[in-house]
Design a protein around this ligand. Structure first.
Ligand code: SAM
Length: 292
């Protein structure tokens, strides 16, 4: 009997994975966490039936989420990752020799444990001595911490449940306050195919909060629409790569200095999405999940 996992990505849009084995299935106080061994994408982490990361294509997302802000900063030493419990973002962060302290604030211990056990190639850097793991709400952490960072990365789930507030103006203001001088922030901000309004709203908020705002894209095969967006806010630096010679040490499979620049060249419909003039709503309200 064939076993398939189907993600309902958007209303009327499904993505199916033929499954060889169900490696883990658990429910935390926040969400359902599963790890499947799939025929095409290898092992895959799902949260509430949504694809988080797969062994085959995870490097695209994690390299672009991390190396664009890190390579746009002259010397990133203290880095914060909010969400990212699979460890992929942290793995890319600690590839930078300048990093002295990498702090992961992930709300769900179950995600960390499942990733450690079933996705070792993604989670392995969680054991790096420079990494500190806090199991907690990133929103609350930033409201109360006096810690300051050179780069703050938000690698969250979609804007639903505990992640809703990670897309709100108040949260972005707390991010800005936790940046050191010259600091840079990046958030994954969903697919331009299905989150036009959210991406436009975030553009308006970032332009209010950060001196420099840019949006960049990457192609992630297992994410809805495959085109994925990243919103970057910088206190001082342009967002362009500052020291291409640092690239050789990273051992990337997707990110390159040329791609750093090219990822910010946007299709016309995405340029229009973030134009400064259209009326903006308020980001940070939970999106309506597609009907199951
Ligand atoms: N790359 C994935 C994507 O783009 O959808 C995200 C991967 S990572 C597994 C997302 C993580 O964000 C989850 O483990 C979830 O528990 C965590 N998360 C959601 N809301 C959070 C919050 N308020 N504070 C900290 N972590 C949060």
């Amino acid at each position: 009997m064939e076993l398939w996992f189907t993600e309902l990505q958007e209303k009327g849009l499904r993505l199916g994975f033929k499954v060889k084995d169900v490696l883990f299935k658990g429910r935390s106080q926040y969400q359902e966490v599963c790890v499947y061994d799939t025929v095409t994408y290898g092992r895959a982490l799902m949260i509430d039936d949504v694809v988080m990361t797969t062994e085959k294509d995870e490097f695209v997302y994690h390299e672009m989420l991390v190396h664009v802000p890190m390579m746009a900063h002259p010397r990133p030493e203290r880095v914060l990752v909010i969400g990212g419990g699979d460890g992929g973002a942290i793995r890319e962060v600690v590839k930078h020799p300048s990093v002295r302290f990498a702090h992961l604030v992930e709300i769900d211990q179950m995600v960390i444990e499942a990733s450690r056990k079933y996705l070792p190639q993604i989670s392995l850097a969680l054991a790096d001595p420079r990494v500190k793991i806090t199991v907690g709400d990133g929103i609350e952490y930033l409201k109360t911490t006096s810690d300051r960072y050179d780069v703050i990365i938000v690698d969250s789930t979609d804007p639903v449940g505990a992640a809703t507030g990670l897309f709100a103006e108040d949260f972005y203001r707390s991010v800005r306050n936790a940046l050191r001088p010259g600091g840079i922030h990046v958030s994954q901000t969903e697919s331009p195919w299905f989150y036009q309004e959210l991406i436009g709203q975030i553009a308006g908020v970032f332009r209010k909060i950060f001196p420099v705002y840019s949006l960049y894209l990457a192609t992630v095969p297992t994410y809805p629409g495959n085109m994925w967006s990243f919103s970057m806010g910088s206190l001082e630096h342009s967002g362009d790569i500052v020291a291409p010679d640092r690239y050789a040490a990273l051992g990337c499979k997707y990110y390159t200095p040329e791609l750093h620049a090219a990822s910010m060249v946007l299709p016309k419909f995405v340029q229009d999405m973030i134009k400064e003039d259209p009326p903006r709503g308020v980001p940070g309200e939970a999106v309506e999940r597609p009907h199951k």
